[in-house]
Design a protein around this ligand. Sequence first.
Ligand code: HEM
Length: 387
Amino acid sequence: MLYISLPKIRIATERVLSMENLSNLMTPITTISALVSLLPLLLLLRRLLRPKNWTNSPPGPTGWPVVGYLPRLTDRLHEDLHHLARTYGPLFSLRMGQRPAIVVSSPDVAREVLKHKDLTFSSRTITEAVRCVTYDATSLVFVPYGARWRLLRKILTTELFSTRAIELLQPARKKQVRGLLKMMYSSWQTKTPVNICDSTFVVSANLVSNLVCSKTLFDDTKKEGRELKEMVWEILEVVGAPNLADLIPFLKVLDPQGLKRRVSKVVKKFDDFFESLIDERLEERKRGVKINENGRLDMLDVFLNYRSDKKDDEMREFSRVDIKGMLSDMFVAGTDTSSSTVEWGLAEILCRPRVYKKVIAELDEVVGRTGRWKNPTSRTSATSKRR
Ligand code: HEM
């Protein structure tokens, strides 16, 4: 055994000796190059140990180098942020992947950000999905703050959301709300449950489609109507889904959740739908068809009529892409916002017996028990009389 181990000891001793010789031979240049190769590791360590998220960032939990604070967040993001706000205060920083984020959670700080520093914060984050849906973020909701946003906003507020325009749209609104009440009434009679989320979504979508092209496009009794609803749902779902590739940009090419592929597919269908709406309207205009008897101009008419000779106006006229972007905005911004608000309001009322009783008492007092469902018009006048 001893005999066998001796040569090994000799070889090892020889190795140590040769290492010693080598280190003796190390020049200052090799020392520097060793340090340089350690530099990335040192920088990483420095970043990990640094208590700040980025220079001048408000306080906040520091995350990991690539993923930031993402691994600590759950699917109940609002609660996670609430807990963090209790630790770090009403203004804290967070790194979502590689993106810096600031969370504001008090009225005072919100006022500071949204009112006093509104110019700095008024443009929105453009995600991969949003870029696809909004024609490269050229439409009103996502275009960065500037001359184009001001012009689009002005046209919308003066032509489509003015008091007169809203009044002229009242018959369409009444028809939709009456239809909903009728459906609820007959469901109550047959003791069939009502899917509030679905039925209020259809009403909101039909209100938007009347505003956009004077048509009730989301007819649940027809195949096209149902398909259109599925398409808008799919768009809203992909646009609302958190995408890792937005937060960790080098993942973009991999599209790890397949959201880019999904959105591209549905946006193609959405685009075809807008193209056919525009073609149909151009054809009707050629034939001199009157769209609304009461002289109301819908969104398609407003945009197709728009011409500007003003030097400082951002646009001379609306291109097809401009129109499609604005139509897309309306369906994305105006459908589930309204329906979720109704659904949320009803859920809150049902969860609070005291509020529920108060609402019923007010309905009894203002509308009365008889005819509550049957005559929505008298209810409107009774409510306004009371005011
Ligand atoms: C209860 C229903 C709704 C809620 C809660 C809601 C909520 C909001 C919020 C919070 C904003 C952002 C405001 C801002 O950044 O200053 C916004 C913007 C917008 N909403 Fe709504 N909305 C609703 C209904 C609608 C409807 C029905 C439409 C269209 C038919 C619509 C179209 C828009 C547009 C175009 C913008 C962008 C405005 C801009 O950037 O200038 N919204 N909405």
